[in-house]
Design a protein around this ligand. Sequence first.
Ligand code: PGA
Length: 425
Amino acid sequence: MCCVVGRFNEGSVRPLIAGNWKMNGLSSQLGEIEAIAASVAATRPIAEILICTPATLIARAVQSAAGRIGIGGQDCHAAVCGPFTGDFSAQMLKDAGACSVIVGHSERRQHHGETDAMVAAKASAAWRAGLHVILCIGETQAQRADGKALSVCGDQIAGSLPEGATSSATALAYEPLWAIGTGQTPTAEQIVEMHAHIRQCLELRLGEEGRSVRILYGGSVKPSNAREILALPEVGGALIGGASLKADDFEGILRTVSLGIDALRVEQRTDGNCMTRVGIASDHGGFALKVTITRSLRSLGYEVVDYGAYQLNPADDYPEFIIPLAKAVATGQVERGVALCGSGVGASIAANKVPNVRAGLIHDDFSARQGVEDDDMNVICLGGKLVEAARAVELIETFLSARFSGAARHQRRLSEVQALEHEDT
Ligand code: PGA
C-alpha cells in the first residue's frame, strides 16, 4: 500500500486528519491551504487530509488545495433546495467542490438547537449528494462528572447515525464538549474507553460495516499531543479546530502522522512510489558497516539520509553523529534511524537521551521485530565490530517492516517511560 492523500471513499483504513475552520477564514487566509497542500505533497503523510472551510470559501479553497487535500463543509441543510434563507444544501456544497461535510458538531447542536433527528436527516442528505460525512458526538463536562459519558454518546449514535451508513462515506468524531477549544484533553484511558464503546455501538448498529468506520478524536488536538492521541487503539484520525487555522500548526500534526506511521498501525510498504526515509549515523567503530549498508539500503529502494561520519576518523566520538540522527528521528525528518558504533552500546545510550527516541541494541530477528511491535522502537543500534553487512541489512529490514501494535498494555508502558521525559530532574 502506498501513501494516499486527499482522496475519499476509497477504503477506510487510512487515518483521516480533518481541519475545522469553524467561522474563520477570509480569502486572505487561503495561503494557509496552499501551504498545507504543498507540505502534503512534500511529506506524503499516510492519511486522508481534509479542511472544512466556511461555505463561502469552499470553491476557492478547492483551487488552493490543488487536488492534494480534500475540502469540506461544516454543516448542510437536510433539504435539497427551498425556502431556507441563509442555509446551504449538501448538493450546493458538493457543487462548490466539497467532498465531505461535518454534521452534528456540538456548536451546531448547542447554538442552533440541532437534535439527533435533524443531524440524522443532514447525514442522509449529504450521502445522497455524494458527500462523505463526519458525524460528531460528545458529552458535556457535567455528563462526564455524572458518569454518563458513555451512555450519552451511545444515545447520540443511536439517534443521529442513520441506517445504511458505510465506512467509506462516514466517520464518527468523538469530541467531548469540555475539550473543544479549551486546551484540555481527556486522558488516554478516557479516549480508549470511549472509542472502544463507540466501536461497539457501531458494530451493533451496522454489523460488519461498523468495524471499519473511522472514529476520529477531536478537542484541543495540537502538534504536541497529536502523536500520542493518534496512536491510541481505535483512534482513526482527528478533527482539529484551532490548530488547523495555521499551516505551521496543522503541518506539525501532519508530521506526527508521517512520523508515527507505526503507531498509527497503517501498513506502509514500499512499492516504488513511497519510500521509507531512514537516517543512518556512525562513529569510526561502525564506519565501514555504514558505508556498505547505506549502499544496500538505497539499492533496495529506501531513501537513506546520512548523518555522518563522512570519513573515517579513529579519534571521533559517537555523540557527534548519533545525537543529530536521534533528533532527526524525533522531529520526523526521517521515519526511523540506524545508529552504529563499535558495539552499538554507546550509540544506544546516546540516542535514548533524546526525547521521543526509543533505541534498542539489536542483533537478532526476534528483537528487531518485537522491539517495534511492543515498544515502538524507532532507532536500531548495531555493533560495527559484531555484525556482517548482509546480516545487518536483514535486521534493519525486519526492523523497518515491523509496526507498533498499539495495544493498550504496550501503550501504557510507553506512557510511563514517556512521562520521565517531562519530569524536572
Ligand atoms: P479544537 O476544536 O481543536 O479547537 O478544540 C475541535 C472542533 O471543534 O472540531
